[in-house]
Design a protein around this ligand. Structure first.
Ligand code: ZN
Length: 235
């Protein structure tokens, strides 16, 4: 498989035994795939993509997570996004306290009381997501405290509309966006490192980005899905 770039967009080209060209945009993964017949030359393909650049852009920008969130009523069959992967929700009734289990068959099992409301179920899932995130953040902070030789006194998770993370330098306190649980854990690590690098350099200065490049050279790559998600960058 090869790829071409047009207007800053990388398109994967898959040659197949087909008659026409098909362009697919995977909004969630931010991938663009073109299926085309074997015999077509590259100029033809490039022109085809060039004519559709604005269409591709429009589809890449679509905030699918936003739309899905509205559709989710937290019933069996709903699809959630956990650590960058789609996960099916299965809801079971129980008389015991609510519980969430991440099964190995990429399903999330939720045990709730009979007749629980969707708001209640949402709260239960969010609480579970916070737990997942908390555990991962804790591990990353300890890892990077050693590497960067800094100390984080406290961290928290909250819903934020415009930022992936923030850092209070004076109190050495970090806040992270709850939505990070939807993305690959590599994204989370990058945001954690970003906030911790602020403990070495307050501003987004040249020095700040030099430090990022030095400690986490692929941070731009890691944060790309986050930028596409609508929120620009960690703060
Ligand atoms: Zn920042």
């Amino acid at each position: 498989m090869s790829s071409i770039t047009e207007g800053g967009i990388t398109v994967e080209v898959k040659r197949k035994k087909i008659k026409n060209m098909y362009l697919r945009v995977y909004t969630e993964e931010k991938r663009v795939v073109l299926s085309c017949p074997y015999h077509l030359n590259s100029e033809h393909i490039q022109n085809f993509v060039r004519d559709r650049v604005s269409w591709i852009r429009k589809h890449l920008k679509k905030d699918i997570s936003e739309r899905k969130r509205e559709d989710i009523t937290y019933i069996t069959g709903d699809q959630l996004q956990i650590w960058g992967k789609p996960v099916k929700l299965k809801v079971y009734e129980t008389a015991s306290p609510p519980q969430v289990v991440h099964g190995c068959d990429s399903a999330i099992l939720m045990f709730v009381k009979k007749n629980s409301t969707s708001i209640k179920r949402k709260t239960i899932i969010e609480k579970w997501c916070r737990g997942q995130l908390r555990e991962a953040i804790g591990l990353y902070i300890s890892k990077w405290e050693t590497i960067l030789n800094v100390k984080v006194s406290e961290f928290g998770i909250k819903k934020m509309k415009t930022r992936w993370g923030t850092c209070n330098i004076r109190d050495k306190r970090i806040w992270l966006n709850l939505d990070l649980v939807k993305y690959n854990v590599m994204c989370l690590e990058s945001v954690v490192v970003h906030e911790m690098v602020h403990l070495l350099e307050r501003h987004h200065s040249a020095r700040f980005y030099r430090l990022m490049d030095e400690y986490l050279p692929d941070w731009r790559e890691r944060e790309r899905p986050l930028r596409m998600g609508g929120i620009p960058s960690p703060d």
